[in-house]
Design a protein around this ligand. Structure first.
Ligand SMILES: [Zn+2]
Ligand SMILES: [Zn+2]
Length: 423
């Protein structure tokens, strides 16, 4: 009987640089190959993996895709399998990673040539449609995380596994929940970002967001909303419209291209017509004239970057920082060491190498696209695997122990090249 051997190459006890290597039927298949962005420091890469035959990419976020270009050092390399929109998002995120590294003086082990090779090696796959890599059968399932996100089911000679990447079982304005109509598997390798944190109800967060925006305008100030370029800010716009906000919305930064791509692949979101409707009411900020004008006239501005590490949000904060009538809303988790985290904790941040105090009303909301703790447990119950390996979290050992006790199934965390499990 043939066997499948699985190694969690990296990303087993942290959120960042996810990489899983599956060997079966003589093929070496990488599930994601990400990099880790560390605030103010060099990005960190997973160990090199040789002789890769194929990469199954769950979605475009850099913690899953960021090391793929390093597989193409001499022009040769594996095929990359993913949902169509993942290729376009990967283009902007990988290109931006190079740009940001250059600006900060960090080294990054690939250039635009390797990014172009990566994009040229893409092969589109479809949710629910099986394909083969050698003797291994693969089926992608919708992961509900961002447009194009996929979980991969792999089977070989009667053995099977599911790798979730990032997933979400709670539907949002943008995404349907993950598809759990999946065959039973022997092994489940799953993300566990929020194993010990629960999310607040989305509806409450949406209402708070609308109130923050309306209140700033009523006071005569502007409302700046910071978020990720892909998925997040378009969901924010949808939430504001759904909650009855009718005023103009301005969109700035990388999120503009993110929205163009999302619209071009609108069938990857829950409600394509609603996406198009909301998009028609969003004004893209192109050029400094408009940027300066809206910064000084009661406006609602949705912009990157999500953790205030760079991007046009710095310009808007600089213009509005002394105005207590204006508001700045952060829409997600702020990693330790980012300017967003500092601003929340100390009320100040660094802009153009200068430390400034921000008098705007700063609020943090939670529009997470990750499975909640309840979702993680629901996935395990629904899939009902023989073995669970949690990864992509900072408490994987503890979570594995809890899964064993709760469900009486084998669960453990493994990590690093060489440590493997065979099914
Ligand atoms: Zn992600
Ligand atoms: Zn991730």
């Amino acid at each position: 009987m043939g066997r499948m051997t699985v190694q969690v190459v990296s990303g087993y006890d942290e959120v960042g640089k996810s990489a899983v290597l599956v060997e079966a039927g003589g093929k070496r298949i990488l599930l994601d190959y990400g990099m880790k962005l560390v605030p103010k420091q060099e990005p960190v890469f997973p160990p090199p993996v040789e002789d890769v035959d194929a990469v199954l990419l769950t979605h475009a976020h850099l913690d899953h895709s960021g090391a793929i270009p390093t597989l193409f050092k001499n022009g040769r390399g594996p095929a990359i399998y993913g949902i169509d929109v993942t290729r376009e998002y990967s283009d902007i995120l990988l290109s931006d990673a190079i740009k940001v590294a250059r600006i900060r003086g960090h080294s990054i082990p690939f250039g635009m040539r390797e990014v172009r090779t990566t994009l040229s090696r893409f092969r589109y796959v479809e949710y629910g449609v099986p394909f083969r890599i050698g003797e291994v059968e693969v089926i992608p399932f919708n992961a509900g995380h961002i447009p194009g996100s996929a979980m991969y089911y792999l089977s070989y000679d009667g053995r099977s596994m599911l790798y979730t990447g990032d997933f979400n079982l709670t539907e949002t304005r943008l995404m349907p929940r993950a598809d759990l109509d999946i065959p039973r598997v022997d092994l489940l390798v799953m993300e566990s970002t929020y194993a010990y944190r629960e999310h607040p109800e989305r509806s409450g967060q949406e209402q708070l967001l609308r109130n923050l925006v309306e209140d700033a305008l009523k006071r005569g100030g502007s409302a700046v909303v910071a978020g990720f370029a892909i998925g997040r800010l378009v969901e924010v716009a949808m939430a504001l419209r759904s909650r009855g906000f009718r005023g103009p919305l301005f969109l700035d930064g990388m999120a503009k291209r993110g929205l163009d791509i999302t619209e071009a692949f609108a069938d990857r979101v829950k409600d394509p017509d609603y996406l198009r409707y909301v998009s028609r009411g969003i004004r893209r900020v192109n050029g400094w004239n408009l940027r300066k004008r809206i910064a000084s006239s009661r406006s609602v501005i949705l912009t990157t970057s999500g953790m205030l590490e760079g991007g046009p949000v710095h310009f808007y904060i600089k213009r509005l920082k002394d105005d207590p009538n204006s508001s700045l809303t952060l829409t997600g988790y702020q990693i330790q060491g980012t300017e967003g985290r500092r601003l929340l904790e100390e009320g100040k941040m660094t802009l153009d190498d200068e430390e400034v105090r921000v008098e705007m009303r700063v609020t943090q909301l939670n529009f997470s696209a990750h499975a909640s703790r309840r979702n993680l447990l629901e996935l395990i119950r629904e899939i009902s695997p023989k073995t669970v390996i949690p990864m992509h979290g900072d408490a994987t050992d503890r979570f594995a122990e809890e899964i064993s006790e709760r469900y009486g199934i084998s669960a453990f965390s493994i990590g690093g090249l060489g440590e493997e499990v065979t099914i």
